[in-house]
Design a binder for this molecule. Structure first.
Ligand code: SF4
Ligand SMILES: [Zn+2]
Length: 353
């Protein structure tokens, strides 16, 4: 079985009590940001497409223990309006002298036809096909939706070498996937789908989750390093280290409110980025912590948070570890080191009911 039914039941009960508070926003949200493309710095246009949301989160298994994206998705998406707004934004945003990555996020899986009708995906990709300035198009999806058929459809609508499929692997460790995240798929599912994507000519980005519930900061550092190594062996050229930010209405949020969880240190993220880049210099490493510097996101002592966040942003853009060595000194370094040791020692084995 790919998930732990008792854990799933706990997650589902939290989910149900929050679903009534869904925001039902139907507006296509987008923003522009600086971004590291494969060939160097450029711009990214990030779209949050208001589909009905993640099928795994809506399933009887409750979805992932850390994810509350579903509360922002409408029950009845308006695809006509989405396509119309998308075309207009692309037309008005793309500049001749720039290169772009277009990130298409749905807070779920864009390749799940229950979430995103195939004809709508086709229209969106056909719009993007018209612009030479667009060098990368990122599509987020769980592995089970990445079939030969869907890859062929993408290939017939756009130059597939521009496509990057971003998969929330989170960890290559099946115990973490089952008993900490409730991911609903295993490493083997991911491992099976990656060559299928690469053989078609598209790229893969793996999202790895730093510090899921019940895992100490130290153990998560070890897990990320092991997961990166396994991704590299699959010929993946980009990993994104996603640090936990606590979403309301999730199992993790309840754990946090009961003081059963401390959000990660920014120091651990800079440490990880350095280690990964030294070990795998040609790998593109992305790390831009959401809610960085806040109690519900990665933070240090408060005094040095800004300089760590800026250094991570700069590193993500330049891929140069020198920027991570130039961060201001702060006395919380020793607190971080002792925290790593003490949390690991005091972290009791959590036995699920
Ligand atoms: S993390 Fe991804 S797969 Fe998991 S519930 Fe959220 S959107 Fe779905
Ligand atoms: Zn500090």
């Amino acid at each position: 079985m790919k998930f732990n039914p008792k854990f799933a039941k706990l997650i589902k009960s939290t989910r149900e009590s929050f679903l009534a508070k869904r925001s039902h926003t139907k507006k296509l949200i987008y923003w522009e940001e600086n971004h590291r493309l494969r060939d160097g710095p450029g711009k990214a246009l990030v779209f949050i497409i208001p589909t009905r949301g993640c099928s795994w989160a809506m399933s009887q298994s409750g979805g992932c223990s850390i994810c509350g994206y579903l509360y922002d998705n409408p029950e009845q998406p308006d695809f006509e309006k989405i396509v119309e707004s998308f075309d207009k934004i692309i037309r008005e945003s793309i500049q001749d002298n720039q290169v772009y990555s277009i990130k298409l996020f749905t807070s779920g899986s864009i390749l799940d036809s229950k979430e995103m009708p195939r004809n709508v995906l086709k229209e969106i990709l056909s719009t993007l096909k018209k612009y030479n300035e667009i060098e990368e198009v990122v599509l987020e999806s769980r592995p089970e939706y990445i079939t030969e058929q869907v890859l062929e459809q993408i290939d017939s609508n756009i130059d597939i070498s521009k496509i990057e499929i971003a998969i929330g692997l989170e960890s290559a460790n099946n115990k973490i996937l089952k008993d900490s995240i409730n991911k609903g798929f295993l490493w083997e599912d991911f491992e099976r789908v990656v060559p299928r994507i690469l053989d078609k000519g598209a790229k893969v980005k793996a999202y790895l989750l730093f510090k899921p519930p019940f895992i100490s900061e130290y153990d998560s550092i070890v897990d990320i390093m092991e997961s990166v190594e396994k991704c590299v062996l699959l010929d993946i050229d980009t990993v994104s280290i996603n640090s936990i930010s606590i979403h309301r209405g999730t199992f993790l949020s309840e754990l946090f409110d009961r003081r059963g969880y401390r959000t990660p240190w920014l120091r651990s993220l800079t440490y990880l980025c350095k280690q990964i880049k030294m070990e795998f210099p040609s790998l593109r490493v992305i790390c831009d912590p959401v809610s960085g510097g806040n109690e519900r996101g990665a933070h240090n002592c408060g005094d040095c948070d800004r300089s760590f966040i800026d250094a991570l942003k700069e590193f993500t853009l330049t891929q140069d570890i020198v920027v991570l060595n130039n961060i201001q000194n702060c006395s919380c370094k020793s607190d971080w080191k002792s925290y790593l040791i003490h949390e690991k020692i005091s972290n009791k084995e959590v036995v699920l009911p």
